[in-house]
Design a protein around this ligand. Structure first.
Ligand SMILES: NC(=O)c1ccc[n+]([C@@H]2O[C@H](COP(=O)([O-])OP(=O)(O)OC[C@H]3O[C@@H](n4cnc5c(N)ncnc54)[C@H](OP(=O)(O)O)[C@@H]3O)[C@@H](O)[C@H]2O)c1
Length: 263
């Protein structure tokens, strides 16, 4: 059955590839972007690919933008928009953490609440929350981001259990990507070096940290979004989606092991 699916943060990376994959499967895809410039580029890309996408600006931290979805009868909301932020919790400016939570948790939840109004009334719908395996195990020096994804994963599991009590036909599922090469991880790990000066507790560790981060992501990152996009498509099309969709599977397996051994 073809569905009406809205996705946030579709101007790049996983969101963009998911929007195209869903459109190629003949769903009605409403691909939203953080700004008008990305909307224009996305429309042009869709045209070149011969795919039909409806595109508009939806900054999830803007209440005015969020209200745009009230006129839509959504079958699926894919909360993909997200930001990264790094730095040690010992010294990172609290406002940087606040901003990550504003986007990754509060903006996402506020948009979800608006989508749920129609879904609960119509007694059907699916909300997908793109969290992260960084929301399952703490990631040193990525904690501003990791904490926001822990909170989002907890929110998703809790909301799912609450809606199950209503038996209203509305499902909630978590998408938990591992490291995927979209440029997101590089921007996130770099962000801390803009403010970590000589006064940083970790000033003497910067060269080592940078080298380790480069090595880790070069080794870990999946080179394409294919594995996670196919999981998102699966969750969006499922009659009763399961709680978690994780990809690449090997990274998901690694996280399970790490949790068993108490990381
Ligand atoms: N890549 C990975 O390894 C990885 C792993 C686990 C989870 N994830 C999650 O997957 C999702 C997509 O990430 P990605 O790798 O595809 O990176 P990405 O290309 O940076 O995608 C994130 C998108 O969200 C947009 N965005 C940021 N703030 C927004 C806001 N307030 N309103 C609307 N859109 C906003 C970004 O816009 P800008 O272009 O302006 O930044 C960007 O287009 C994120 O939630 C991320 O946390 C990624």
């Amino acid at each position: 059955m073809k569905k009406t699916i809205l996705i946030t943060g579709a101007g790049s990376g996983i969101g963009l590839d998911t929007a195209f994959a869903l459109a190629a499967r003949q769903h009605r895809v409403i691909a939203t972007t953080i700004d008008e410039a990305q909307s224009l580029t996305l429309k042009a890309m869709a045209l070149t690919k011969g795919l039909s996408l409806e595109v508009f600006k939806l900054d999830i931290t803007s209440a005015q933008d969020r209200e745009k979805i009230l006129s839509l009868e959504l079958d699926v909301l894919i909360n993909n928009a997200g930001v990264g932020e790094s730095g040690s919790l010992a010294e990172v400016d609290i406002d940087r953490i606040r901003h990550v939570f504003e986007v990754n948790l509060f903006g996402t939840l506020a948009l979800t609440q608006l989508a749920l109004r129609g879904m609960i009334q119509r007694q059907r719908g699916t909300v997908l929350l793109v969290s992260s395996i960084a929301g399952r195990i703490p990631m040193p020096f990525l904690m501003p981001y990791s904490m926001s994804k822990f909170a989002l994963s907890a929110a998703g599991a809790g909301l799912r259990a609450e809606l199950q009590q209503l038996r209203c036909g509305v499902h909630v599922a978590l998408i938990e990507p591992g490291a995927i090469h979209t440029g997101f991880n590089q921007a996130m790990t770099e962000s801390k070096y803009a403010w970590m000066g000589k006064q940083s507790y970790f000033a003497a560790h910067v060269a080592r940290l940078k080298a380790e981060e480069k090595r880790t992501f070069q080794f870990l990152e999946a080179k394409t979004t294919e594995s996670i996009v196919s999981q998102i498509v699966k969750a969006a099309e499922a009659k009763k989606p399961k709680l978690r969709y994780v990809a690449p599977w090997i990274q998901g397996f690694g996280v399970r092991l790490a949790r068993i051994f108490g990381v």
